[in-house]
Structures are given as structure tokens and as C-alpha cells.
Design a protein around this ligand. Structure first.
Ligand code: BTN
Length: 235
């Protein structure tokens, strides 16, 4: 799973949509944009993507064997994004993962991740708030690196961040035990009371205990959640 081709674009509808166009060419690539006009997130929500943020998608063509452990790959990429941000911006152990795939600083969202699977291809998209610190009023819990560090993020740092993420993904190995330990340690939801939307008609309230070996969220009530949307966290 080596990614050698990197496309830098200025303004684009969505890096996810462009990545999709390349699926048939069976190449692994990284598409990075300065601005998106039609960025989207989980559950087809809009992803506010003005200049100042970082928006990218990996297109990974996986083998039959790799696709069976697609969650290892998704969480491996998330881990490397977290570590890269922490390394570059001096935020060691300050970032957390809100299951399944948001990156949090304290109680606010710094980054959103969207993983889409098409047969043997994975399109992994990530948006990180760097200098974009004015959010529309409906986005109430977002934070940017600029706000965390109380200074502008330079274009050099933005470039370095993508380079380091790419370098780690190309060189690090997936060690499941390490990966799980990392996720357990950085589990933002641990011991928090949460309301999870399982389907449009079904929701559940419980207290988060841990993340399991199969990446499911385990509640103290003895329930395992494999997929869902954490709708509310009771702080
Ligand atoms: C979420 O929080 O729901 C996930 C947001 C994912 C946004 C990224 S930005 C780069 C890529 N292109 C998109 O249109 N979406 C993802």
C-alpha cells in the first residue's frame, strides 16, 4: 500500500469525488486541495471547506486480503494523522479520537474523517481545521489549530503535515496491538455518557467503557456498537 502520486489542487468540488474518478486506473494516490466547494462528510453532511483548512483524500487500491482488514487500515491512517499533527505542532498526547473517526482537542472537533469503500478501493478523506477559525453558526463545536496554538499556521507547516502523514503511511507497519492500545488510550468517549444513533429510528444511551479488538465501541451496559453516530456526549 504505497502512495507515490500526490495531486495538489487549488479549488475543487471534493477530493473524495475526484479520487473516485481514478478508481479504475488502479493507482494509489493522494489528492490535496486548498478549498472545496462541495466537501461532504459522514451521512452526506456538508463539510465546510474554505481556504485555510487542509482537505485530502487517499485512494487506496487494496488486495482481497487487505479489504478483509479494512478497519486496521482506516484506524492506522487515523493514528498517523493524529501523531503527525502532534509532532509538528508540539501537541504530544493532546489529541483524542472520538469513535469512530473524529479527531478532538479537549471537547472540540479539529478534524473529520470519512472512509468510503468501493469494491477493492478505499477512499479515505480527511479535513483538518488549520487557519479556518470562523465557522458557520450551525457548527458549534469545531476548533482549529490556529485557535489551539494562538497563531497562524504557515503554508510550510501545512505542506510538512501532508508530507509527514504520507511518509508515515508509506513506511510504518500496521501492528494491530499497538494500534488498539493507541485507540484505547486516546478514546475521547471513555467513561462518558453518550447517545448513539444506530439507525434513523433507533438510538441508545449508555456509558462508554472501551474500544474492543474489532474496533467496536463497548458500553458499560454490555452492548457493543459496530457502527453508528455519536449524537450527543453528556459532559
Ligand atoms: C465528517 O466529519 O463527517 C467527515 C468529514 C470529512 C471531510 C473530508 S475533507 C476531504 C475529503 N473530501 C470531502 O468531500 N470530504 C472529505
Amino acid at each position: 500500500m504505497k502512495v507515490k502520486d500526490v495531486f495538489y489542487l487549488d479549488k475543487i468540488t471534493s477530493t473524495q469525488i475526484l479520487a473516485k474518478e481514478f478508481i479504475n486506473y488502479k493507482r494509489n494516490l493522494l489528492i490535496i486541495a486548498n478549498e472545496q466547494t462541495g466537501g461532504y462528510g459522514r451521512y452526506q453532511r456538508n463539510w465546510y471547506s474554505p481556504v485555510g483548512g487542509l482537505y485530502f483524500s487517499f485512494l487506496l487500491n487494496l488486495t482481497e486480503k487487505e479489504i478483509l482488514s479494512i478497519f486496521d487500515i482506516i484506524f492506522f491512517i487515523i493514528k498517523n494523522i493524529v501523531i503527525s499533527c502532534e509532532e509538528i505542532f508540539g501537541l504530544k498526547r493532546k489529541l483524542q479520537i472520538k469513535w469512530p473517526n473524529d479527531i478532538y482537542y479537549r471537547d472540540r472537533k479539529l478534524s473529520g474523517i470519512l472512509a468510503e469503500k468501493y469494491n477493492l478501493s478505499l477512499i479515505f478523506g480527511c479535513g483538518i481545521n488549520l487557519n479556518n477559525d470562523k465557522f458557520p453558526k450551525e457548527i458549534t463545536n469545531a476548533i482549529s489549530l490556529k485557535e489551539i496554538l494562538k497563531r497562524e499556521i504557515s503554508s510550510y507547516e501545512k505542506f510538512l503535515l501532508t508530507e509527514i502523514i504520507l511518509e508515515k503511511i508509506n513506511s510504518e507497519k500496521i501492528v494491530k496491538e499497538e494500534l488498539l492500545n493507541f485507540l484505547k488510550e486516546r478514546n475521547y468517549l471513555k467513561n462518558k455518557r453518550v447517545k448513539i444513533l444506530l439507525s434513523p429510528q433507533k438510538e441508545i444511551v449508555g456509558t462508554c467503557l472501551d474500544i474492543d479488538e474489532d474496533y467496536s465501541l463497548v458500553l458499560k451496559e454490555g452492548i457493543k456498537i459496530f457502527s453508528g453516530e455519536v449524537e450527543k456526549v453528556y459532559l
